[in-house]
Design a protein around this ligand. Structure first.
Ligand code: ATP
Length: 341
């Protein structure tokens, strides 16, 4: 559920979600409070506060340079914040980094973080061993096997990582982040560079881990379809500030504007184009040979016949008239001012 806010106001005041009864009673797994990170004259993360419940898959969206990676690194305890605190499972990650580290796993550079000359299983043993887990312990080995099985890597467990496909390497990176029995996984662009099938596969596994193991996932992605498909909740960051915090459906609803796409073949005079542009809000106009595609913002469906009639006034033939549904990309562009930095 969202707290309704006018789109323009959303840039100053974060779009926030209401808190359910369960959320009020269960302690949050992640608590970020007034987190700020400054570099000389750049405030990369600016007074960010939020908390996350167990088993949530949280997406962090923002344009290039918005502050996502800095926020993630500060949440992991890899960067000392200029201000604010981060608690994971109640542990202050900056005051007690070693204790906090036991509860979280991360992939910040995807498959580049794993050792390509070691086998899949050796990588898992290495990352578990770093945190003091004894990989000779049958319980640890059984957990690793279960994880590899879940990620479809069990039959490649003794292969050197270098020999695996890119998608499999990415899954190895995820397995390494989860090699210890962590509560929270921080994943920076987990599906970057994956083909559609591997990306869908990885999303399915993350969902399963969240649902079956109660794993809490924080991920960044520039791929809206990943966020739209997978995330229970989305934070939108712009210029270091949190500009939205809600579920995908509510974010999309908040920026719902009806639009109609008209496709017409045949003559369309400059004079007709001018009057359509004057009388309607034209979002895009493309002409390709004989075919014209136009996107028009339209609040009232009753206006569609009149709009369509304008396009055939010069003797053209209407090919299609479709209502366009808003999506997360549209909401994101509205929230961030459509900036491309
Ligand atoms: N070590 C650093 N020193 C100085 N400025 C930095 C440093 N790291 C990041 N910044 C600046 O902080 C801002 C946020 O950068 P950050 O990498 O967190 O953004 P991002 O949202 O992850 O971007 P992208 O989507 O491109 O990965 C940028 O203006 C960046 O130039």
């Amino acid at each position: 559920m969202s707290t309704p806010a006018a789109p323009n106001a959303a840039r100053e005041t974060p779009v926030t979600r209401s808190v359910s009864h369960d959320e009020r009673t269960a302690p949050p797994v992640i608590e970020v409070s007034t987190l700020t990170k400054r570099y000389a004259d750049v405030t990369a993360v600016d007074d960010v506060s939020f908390s996350v419940e167990q088993g949530t898959i949280l997406g962090v969206l923002g344009p290039n340079g918005a502050g996502k990676t800095t926020m993630l690194k500060a949440m992991l305890g890899l960067l000392v914040p200029s201000d604010g605190t981060v608690r994971v499972c109640g542990i202050d990650v900056h005051a007690h980094p070693a204790r906090a580290y036991r509860r979280l796993g991360a992939t910040l550079e995807g498959a580049r973080n794993v050792y390509w000359r070691l086998t899949v299983r050796e990588n898992l043993a290495f990352f578990a061993g770093l945190a003091g887990e004894d990989v000779r312990d049958p319980a640890v080995r059984a957990r690793h096997d279960a994880l590899l099985d879940q990620l479809g890597l069990l039959d490649r467990a003794d292969d050197v990582v270098n020999e695996l496909s890119r998608g499999m390497k990415q899954k190895v990176a995820l397995a390494c982040a989860l090699a210890r029995d962590v509560d929270v996984a921080f994943l920076d662009e987990p599906t970057l560079g994956l083909d559609v099938e591997s990306s869908v596969d990885l999303r399915r596994e993350l969902r399963r881990l969240a649902d079956d193991r109660g794993l809490t996932v924080v991920l960044t992605s520039h791929d809206m379809s990943v966020v739209e498909d997978l995330c229970d909740r989305v934070l939108v960051v712009n210029h270091g500030r949190l500009v939205a915090d809600d579920d995908v459906t509510s974010l999309v609803e908040l920026f719902r504007t009806s639009a109609v796409r008209v496709v017409v073949d045949g003559p369309l005079s400059a004079a007709t184009e001018r009057t359509i542009r004057t009388d309607y809000t034209v979002e895009s106009w493309e002409t390709n040979g004989d075919r014209t595609r136009v996107l028009v913002a339209l609040d009232d469906a009753n206006d569609v016949p009149e709009l369509a009639a304008r396009f055939v006034a010069d003797g053209g033939r209407l090919v299609s008239v479709n209502t366009v549904e808003p999506d997360l990309t549209e909401a994101f562009l509205q929230l961030t001012g459509g900036e491309d930095r």
